[in-house]
Design a protein around this ligand. Structure first.
Ligand SMILES: Nc1ncnc2c1ncn2[C@@H]1O[C@H](COP(=O)(O)OP(=O)(O)O)[C@@H](O)[C@H]1O
Ligand SMILES: [Mg+2]
Length: 169
């Protein structure tokens, strides 16, 4: 059994605020994989996370590049895998090398390279939740992430978040 946090976010401001809280709890070496359809709020969430790590360094959608890097110590590596053609192309991005250094890695469209993510990571799955709202499910992988989620992880479970145990699939 593991713990996950399900939250309903009403409006883009709540998505950003969730990201800011989470970003404040992240540290160098962290890997966060974001899942969800086009328009589900991944980039909005990432921009909040970047704001939480480096206030003022607003994240934007890396539309024409696959990887954007913000700030330093830790740097924030933001990848968007929407356009990659298979896991082989993922290798060319060098994300594993970047992650080994002083970096926090955030990956949109993580399912485009499902087998390339580290065992220790946080998965964030976004989905539509009716008119003007989104749901985000935060699922920790690895003991360290499980402990951090259990400890509240910057309060992402607050403000409508529901923490619940769920069986590991
Ligand atoms: N919780 C929310 N409720 C309503 N709209 C949201 C929410 N979060 C984000 N949005 C909006 O959804 C749209 C798509 O968001 P975006 O972050 O670009 O999605 P993605 O990167 O997953 O394609 C934007 O207009 C954004 O403002
Ligand atoms: Mg996006």
């Amino acid at each position: 059994m593991t713990l996950s946090i399900q939250s309903v976010l009403v409006g883009a401001d709540e998505t950003r605020a969730y990201g800011v809280r989470l970003g404040g709890a992240l540290r160098a070496g962290d890997w966060v994989a974001l899942f969800g359809d086009l328009g589900s709020g991944k980039t909005t969430l990432v921009s909040g996370i970047v704001e939480g790590i480096h206030p003022g360094a607003r994240g934007r959608s890396p539309t024409y590049v696959l990887v954007e890097v913000y700030g330093a110590s830790p740097s924030v590596v933001h990848a968007d895998l929407y356009r990659i053609r298979g896991s082989a192309e993922f290798e060319t991005l060098g994300l594993e090398d970047l992650a080994r250094e002083d970096a926090i890695v955030l990956i949109e469209w993580a399912d485009r390279a499902r087998d390339r993510h580290p065992a220790d990571r946080l998965d964030l799955s976004l989905s539509y939740a009716g008119e003007g709202a989104r749901e985000v499910l935060a699922v920790p992988h690895g003991e360290s992430w499980e402990a951090r989620v259990r400890a509240g992880l910057g309060g992402i479970g607050h403000g409508g978040g529901i923490m619940r145990r769920r069986s590991r699939a």
